[in-house]
Write a protein that binds this ligand. Sequence first.
Ligand code: ATP
Ligand code: MG
Length: 345
Amino acid sequence: MASPLPTLEHLSTAVILLDEQSRVAYINPAAENLFALSSKSLVGHPLQHALTHTDQLAAAMQQALSNNASYIEHSLTLGTYAHNKLQLRCTATPLQLDKVYLILEFHPIDRPLKLAREEQMLDQTQASRLLLRNLAHEIKNPLGGIRGAAQLLEQELEKPELREYTQVVIQEADRLRALMEKLLTPQHVPHFSALNIHEVLERVRRVVLAEMPTELIIRRDYDISLPPLHGDKEQLIQVMLNLVRNAAQAMHGQGDIVLRTRIARQVTLIKKRHRLAMMVQIIDNGPGVPEHLRDKIFYPLVSGRAEGHGLGLTLAQDFISQHQGSIEFESEPGRTCFTVLLPLS
Ligand SMILES: Nc1ncnc2c1ncn2[C@@H]1O[C@H](COP(=O)(O)OP(=O)(O)OP(=O)(O)O)[C@@H](O)[C@H]1O
Ligand SMILES: [Mg+2]
């Protein structure tokens, strides 16, 4: 069948039309894309010909037909031979038009699964942060005593060469205290105001370039038409600084970093749908996040660097969640991309 409605060809929504024998009469390009199928292989055949796990879909079609009204299935799983499984929202609408019997519209929703993972991670991170804060508090107090006692002991030592040992005690106590202080970062109440994300990124760019005066290139790929963001400037500077620093450190100061900003539409962040969001990406061409750390880099004290504390990303995630946003990454050798999404509406 030729395209019944030329506009269907151009829709970004995946649409399939079925005839009264539930055979595919038409599949639009968006649906071909979604299911990785060609129109030729499907038209004239029942959907089961090319899709698997069609029980739920068959039930939705049945509902629409028996009520003679649109039926929406909010969480439908369909298998294709190209992808394993797709999570979709599907609307089935009966229609008497020429031979067409049922219109099926599909919207991919890989978000809920991802969301569940994000939420679980956030819970775990928050729980372990609380534990660490308590632990840090307990460790910090006696450290003062240990340091003080070592200083007193040092003054009483007759042989100056023994000071080498008290110095080790003092220095290690200082190092531990610095770490504990980082863990105990005050639960700063965010101060929200209208801000320009590009000012934040420019500031971070300058700081990192000054820290690493080597062969580091930080390119800008800004969408300057972005509206102002309502956020805490200090927190966002800290987030971007941690991300850009991580990228620079992973590349040992040699390589390319891209700072990209874009508008994102219709995104779901922490269970809430936002019409508009801002996307910030920090992309580097370094070696990538070490394979064995990929599931845990947002956890506190997880670090792949000898001098790292493993707190930069934990903090970044904390701050971004205070902005109702999300942070995630993709990484392979030669390309690592951290994506931060922040709601604009
Ligand atoms: N862009 C990146 N490329 C490769 N690995 C990365 C990148 N960003 C993060 N990582 C890995 O994730 C780990 C955790 O990062 P995180 O910022 O939380 O801690 P850290 O940098 O080790 O220490 P710090 O507390 O000083 O930030 C890093 O040690 C590194 O192994
Ligand atoms: Mg870091």
